[in-house]
Design a protein around this ligand. Structure first.
Ligand SMILES: CC(C)(COP(=O)(O)OP(=O)(O)OC[C@H]1O[C@@H](n2cnc3c(N)ncnc32)[C@H](O)[C@@H]1OP(=O)(O)O)[C@@H](O)C(=O)NCCC(=O)NCCS
Length: 244
């Protein structure tokens, strides 16, 4: 048995009456904490950043994201037409407040067909430089939580069959993937919402807001320090010229 299966056993295989039914695993807790990234819900005032993010995608990434090699003009139209009241757009910012990853959770327009499962479609993009760090998977996980808390019971992804990373994320989250030639569809059934799922989402939202404000203040502070450095440099330069 590997160490990972051992730790899983200690969390899930406990019997009633065990002295420590769910022992706290500090290594697993540390790993979860290290992998955590703040995800923000984007609003209308983020449209420019959304557009900028999508415009920075390469031609191939645009093809994978939209199913066709979207031109700058088409991307501009898409960014401007996003229904940010009905849908959810989620973002991950780096320290310089650049939108490095974003996901669009599109809700089917209400009313949905009675008796049919309520659905939302997930689309995502991560800038090349930020890939392989789990951002895509985190956005998917967060979107699933968000959808679940709004009574959605199925998350849907339409991807090209060649899009191995996207399909890997969907499969890992438990989605059923159906391939139809060059295109694939993935369906993830969501659990009904609970008090815990709402609290989880509220905490994430709150911490992400704090993180964004912190980064904003650090950026302003950075700009002030740069400004002071620049002014000091100009004074020194002026002093030298005056001596000469
Ligand atoms: C798809 C995309 C969002 C993934 O973003 P990401 O942040 O790099 O994804 P993650 O790091 O969360 O996970 C990628 C997973 O794919 C796996 N993966 C990467 N390349 C792979 C490949 N060629 N074959 C199989 N799996 C692969 C990784 O190992 C990882 O799985 P793991 O967590 O089990 O190791 C990103 O590649 C992207 O923006 N692509 C362009 C737009 C796009 O395709 N959007 C999806 C269509 S809606």
């Amino acid at each position: 048995m590997t160490s990972s299966t051992q730790s899983q056993g200690s969390q899930t295989g406990s019997e009633p009456g065990d002295a420590v039914p769910q022992a706290w695993n500090p290594v697993a807790a540390l790993q979860r904490w290290a992998a955590w990234v703040p995800i923000r819900s984007l609003s209308r005032r983020h449209r420019r950043r959304i557009k900028q993010h999508l415009l920075s995608l390469s031609e191939r990434d645009r093809y994978l994201r939209f199913g066709y090699p979207a031109t700058d003009e088409q991307i501009g139209k898409y960014a401007m037409s996003l229904d940010l009241d009905r849908d959810e757009v989620l973002g991950i910012f780096n320290r310089r407040l650049e939108l490095v990853a974003m996901a669009h959770l599109a809700y089917a327009p209400t009313p949905q067909i009675p008796g049919k499962p309520a659905m939302a479609e997930f689309g995502v993009s991560v800038l090349d430089k930020a890939r392989g760090r789990g951002f895509g998977a985190r956005l998917f996980e967060h979107a699933a939580l968000h959808a679940r808390n709004r009574g959605i019971d199925t998350l849907f992804i339409h991807a090209l069959s060649e899009n191995a990373p996207m399909l890997a994320i969907a499969r890992k989250a438990g989605a059923v993937v159906e391939r139809d030639g060059s295109e694939s569809e993935a369906w993830l059934r969501l659990l009904p919402d609970t008090v815990a799922s709402h609290v989880g989402e509220a905490i994430e939202r709150h911490v992400a807001e704090l993180d964004f404000q912190f980064k904003r203040h650090m950026r302003v502070l950075g700009d002030i320090i740069d400004g002071v450095g620049e002014v000091r440099g100009q004074f020194e330069e002026a002093g030298k010229t005056a001596k000469e």
